[in-house]
Design a protein around this ligand. Structure first.
Ligand code: NFE
Length: 477
């Protein structure tokens, strides 16, 4: 029997998103995803001093603020024709890398794990482990809804596995906080790094700064290697069907990033219909077919046929998936391919592939962050300063990445004032609605998702959507 499931808001994501799925014969046959509000960052940047963009754009998001700062700075460096000094690049990459790893921890443990692990198992614990007993007492006392109120579903039920993962869930929160400390050492504060400027970074870096960052890195490494990667592998082994659920178009795109030491850690590129291509920005266009905007891009909340405030970026008119999985596939990362083979998963767009890609990416980035620390040159300048009093006229584009995928910021200025600002954001690529007759990336990946456990609040639909780590705050910016 056909049925419609409407979930609004989707919880355990950033921002306000609605998803409507049509179910036929126990599977999703159609889906619409909508970003539910307008924010207008690009509009209210107009008329401001260009350097304000790197401060204000970070406020797009409480999760991925520093990535917007860095992409904006790259655009400003082109505008002012003032590329960063080598130390500035290294320091910004130290911020970006630590952000990506701790963001992946937040995603897997805080946002996704309640879809897989039966948290109520903690109430069955009768052992002597102090930290688990503390958690158990906390649950009994505060009765948190995310522990006690469960959607129907096929959760991991064996008590020991659940207890280990629940313990790691809380450890991951502490590490996210430690990661913020590491990023603040370099960016001057977290959230919202204020030290990033065109030409580099203003922070004074001392041996003590590097040692403190190193200490955080060691803590992160211990957790990623000993807890995060094994936990992702455990979930992947228990839910192999999710290597074939949540499959989108198999078009992937990433920007080149982490190139301060020469060869980039991530090459840029795009795969369309299975063919590798070099990325050409001229082929990128944002469509408004079913978004609440006029053809000129002005907000139009009453537009007929529109259902989302998210725009629809397309490459050559095609929807393209971005994110850690895209980075692994475009880069043909050997460790990722080996891991997928070991797990028996096809290398393609999939729910579980996205989780595995984040775990592998975290491992790869840890190694790179140690190399960056080694390459930083104490005593050399961290910045080549710009004269901000000049009345700059020109354009700049910053190509970078965020945890959720490829990120682009574009600026145009006349006589020292911003005349146009545009952001093309990962969650906009993934969560944009129907355009040019094709469903958005995540809409497409919901089609064929089996709905077995509940027709009220499908756990399967939630698993597919959360595997992209959605940020509606960013997507509607
Ligand atoms: Ni608001 Fe973000 C990331 C950016 S969204 S979380 O990562 O840019 O896609």
């Amino acid at each position: 029997m056909a049925k419609t499931i409407s979930i609004e808001p989707i919880t355990r994501i950033e921002g306000h998103m609605k998803v409507e799925t049509h179910i036929e014969n126990g599977k999703v046959s159609n889906a619409q995803i909508s970003g539910q509000m307008y924010r207008g960052f690009e509009k209210f940047l107009e008329g401001r001093h260009p350097v304000d963009a790197a401060r204000i754009a970070q406020r797009v998001c409480g999760v991925c603020h520093e990535v917007h700062g860095i992409a904006s700075i790259l655009a400003l460096e082109e505008l002012y024709n003032n590329p960063s000094v080598p130390n500035g690049h290294i320091l910004r990459d130290l911020i970006l890398g630590m952000h990506l790893i701790t963001d992946h921890l937040l995603h897997f443990y805080t946002l996704c794990m309640p879809d897989y692990v039966d948290f109520t198992k903690i109430l069955e614990y009768n052992g002597n482990d102090t930290s688990i007993n503390n958690l158990k007492n906390w649950v009994i006392k505060t009765k948190p809804q995310f522990v006690l109120k469960r959607n129907s579903g096929n959760y991991i039920s064996d008590t020991n596995t659940c207890l280990g993962m629940i313990n790691n869930y809380f450890q991951a929160l502490k590490l996210r906080s430690r990661g913020a400390t590491g990023m603040a050492l370099i960016g001057a504060k977290a959230p919202f790094a204020h030290a990033v400027l065109p030409g580099g970074i203003t922070t004074d870096i001392t041996p003590a700064t590097l040692m403190q960052y190193h200490t955080v890195l060691e803590e992160l490494k211990g957790f990623v290697i000993n807890q995060y990667i094994p936990d992702v592998m455990e979930v992947a082994k228990r839910y192999p069907e999710y290597f074939d659920i949540g499959v989108s178009y198999n078009n992937f795109y990433t920007n080149e990033t982490f190139k301060s030491l020469g060869d980039p850690v991530f090459k840029g590129g795009i795969i369309l219909d299975g063919n590798d291509q070099s990325f050409d920005f001229n082929h990128v266009k944002e469509y408004y077919d079913t978004s609440y905007y006029t053809p000129a891009g002005e907000p139009d909340p009453k537009k007929d046929g529109a259902y989302s405030w998210t725009k629809s970026p397309r490459y050559n008119g095609e929807p393209v998936e971005v994110g850690p999985l895209a980075r692994m596939i475009v880069n043909k990362d050997p460790y990722f391919f080996k891991t997928m083979k070991k797990l028996g998963g096809k290398v393609q767009s999939s729910t579980m592939g996205r989780h595995v890609a984040r775990a592998v990416e975290s491992r790869n980035l840890l190694d790179h962050l140690y190399s960056l620390l080694d390459s930083y040159k104490l005593g050399e300048s961290n910045i080549r300063e710009v004269d901000f009093a000049q009345k700059i006229t020109g354009k700049g584009t910053g190509f970078s990445i965020a945890a959720r995928g490829a990120l682009i910021h574009q600026i145009e200025a006349v006589d020292g004032k911003i005349t146009k600002y545009n952001m093309i954001v990962p969650s906009t690529w993934n969560f944009g609605p129907m355009a040019q007759g094709k469903m958005g990336v995540v809409e497409k990946s919901l089609v064929n998702t089996p709905v077995k456990y509940s027709t009220e609040n499908s756990i399967e639909v939630g698993r597919v959507i959360r595997s992209y780590d959605p940020c509606t705050a960013c997507s509607i910016h």
